[in-house]
Design a protein around this ligand. Structure first.
Ligand code: 4NP
Length: 164
């Protein structure tokens, strides 16, 4: 059985998408699905290539028990459209950059992370980079909520998951 693969994308790949990567991976692991679902993250901008996630991101994540120490920033690349069933953008700017890269024959799901959330007021995970510390905690809240929705969606829609 091939794995279902999920790529989270933001601008720098040091705040929002690594948070989504760590939170969703933790959910997948705790539900015993790590053999069925593969998780990764990437950015559309190249300022922080090879860097660990932002210290403010790591601080709020570690308060809630998420480990981001292994993650490093990388760019989204054309090959990602061959590798990932889900390519999930944090905001509309990320999404429009991904649409511009999308090959015509991509058959996966390209959309906004918040589309998988039950809470519909806010459609984006906002960029916290130039804001205060409460922005990072809010990113984590939004990411936890949308991650639960995404996992429920994958469980419901993937034939591979029906027996698990
Ligand atoms: P992210 O946040 O897209 O959530 O990783 C940002 C990180 C860095 C920059 C912007 C946003 N930057 O301009 O360097």
């Amino acid at each position: 059985m091939s794995k279902i693969s999920v790529l989270f994308v933001c601008l720098g790949n040091i705040c929002r998408s690594p948070t989504a990567h760590a939170v969703f991976q933790s959910m997948v692991d705790s539900e015993g699905l790590s053999q069925q679902i593969a998780v990764d993250s990437a950015g559309t901008g190249d300022w922080h290539l090879g860097h660990a996630p932002d210290q403010r991101t790591c601080a709020v994540a570690s308060e809630r028990g998420y480990d981001m120490s292994e993650l490093r920033s990388r760019l989204v690349e054309a090959e990602d459209f061959n590798r990932f069933d889900y390519i999930i953008a944090m905001d509309n700017e990320n999404l429009s950059n991904l649409h511009a890269m999308r090959p015509g024959d991509y058959e996966g799901q390209l959309g906004l992370f918040r589309d998988y959330s039950q809470q519909s007021e806010q459609t984006e995970v906002p960029d916290p980079y130039y804001g205060g510390d409460n922005g990072f905690a809010m990113v984590l809240d939004l990411v936890e909520e949308a991650s639960a929705g995404l996992l429920a969606h994958i469980r419901l829609t993937s034939p591979e998951m029906q027996s698990l």
